[in-house]
Design a protein around this ligand. Structure first.
Ligand code: RIB
Ligand code: CA
Length: 324
């Protein structure tokens, strides 16, 4: 069994793919949900529905925060539909979510269990709240793998990616907490673009999980093409899990990343300091060139830069085939 993880998500079509990969290849101690793609009630119901299709109702689901720390919730019905998981027709979940709050589950589990990795594929509100509740989780967590942000462009604004944009204050807390972060940003996840040929392959695999993948992708392609004029469905969240399952799938670079909170045009931007990648800075005379004094902060994150998409698809096909 792979590493012990808690998956915090807002299913969400691509969150469902993250779940399919995590449940089979990692030891999922629990799934926590966060308002994001859709309301907390709907994303929680969607997580329960996906676990039922996968035959894993043994994995507990804990509902978390319904809205960001300081601003109203923004959802994404144009991409995920009114239910948050439009497309597949799934029965009402037979199993209910746990009574315990997601943040309590995250804090208690990390304090009681060694070597837990956190994965977050929605806004970072639950993760930030857990750090605020118990700062000691920062040194106990192995690392945090997120889908969020971008080393380049945004998708919700020209500079901000949706998960960070929904709750920038939470993202700021997480990126400045001392946690080691693997960031699967849009610059990476846009390389994970599924089209009709992949849907056809899912249908050929024919398992319940593969048919769910086909129905999800079909809807997501239609919504993405219509709303974002892209050529296929980007399975953003699955990258944050695949990177943990097979590190060879992602080429990355360590860098300092911080979150812009104030900019009219840049609020929610992940500001990534690439400068140290230029190589060793020439010695400079600070008396002559004081403006060159700013060296930037030490790296606090690993930003995904290149995805081995064929390798990712091979992992996904193998995973969907293995679900009975
Ligand atoms: O910007 C993409 C992210 O926003 C993904 O996590 C998707 O599920 C949505 O939450
Ligand atoms: Ca998501």
């Amino acid at each position: 069994m792979g590493r012990k993880v808690i998956l915090d998500c807002d299913p969400g079509h691509d969150d469902a793919f993250a779940m399919m990969l995590a449940v089979q290849h990692l030891e999922v101690l629990g799934i926590t949900t966060i308002g994001g793609n859709c309301t907390l009630e709907n994303v929680t119901k969607n997580a329960l529905k996906v676990l039922e299709v996968l035959g894993r109702t043994d994995i507990p689901v804990f509902a978390g925060h319904s809205c960001p720390m300081t601003v109203p919730l923004v959802t994404a019905p144009q991409f995920h539909g009114e239910t948050g998981l439009d497309g597949p027709v799934l029965p009402e979940p037979a199993v209910k979510a746990q009574e315990k709050h997601a943040v309590d589950f995250i804090v208690e589990t990390v304090m009681d269990t060694d070597d837990v990795t956190l994965i977050a594929t929605g806004p970072l509100t639950n993760i930030a709240a857990a750090i605020n509740r118990e700062p000691r989780i920062v040194e106990r967590v192995t690392e945090l793998s997120i889908m969020g942000g971008s080393v380049t462009y945004g998708n919700w604004t020209p500079t901000a990616e949706f998960n960070i944009f929904v709750d920038p204050e939470a993202a700021y807390r997480v990126f400045n907490s001392g946690l080691h972060i693997k960031m699967s940003g849009l610059n990476l996840t846009r390389q994970c673009c599924l089209t009709g040929e992949h849907v056809k392959k899912f249908r050929e695999i024919g398992t319940k999980a593969a048919n769910l993948a086909a129905d999800l992708t079909d809807f997501f392609i239609g919504a993405t093409v219509k709303s974002a004029e892209l050529t296929g469905a980007n399975m953003h969240d699955a990258c944050a899990v695949a990177w943990l399952i097979d590190p060879s799938l992602v080429k990355s670079a360590q860098m300092h990343i911080d979150i812009e909170l104030k900019g009219d045009l840049t609020r929610g931007m992940t500001v990534c300091d690439y400068r140290h990648l230029r190589g060793v800075e020439p010695e400079i005379d600070l008396h002559r060139e004081p403006q060159m004094a700013f060296r930037g902060e030490k790296p606090n994150a690993e930003a995904g830069l290149e995805l081995d998409f064929p390798g990712f698809m091979e992992l996904l096909y193998r995973t969907l085939t293995n679900y009975k």
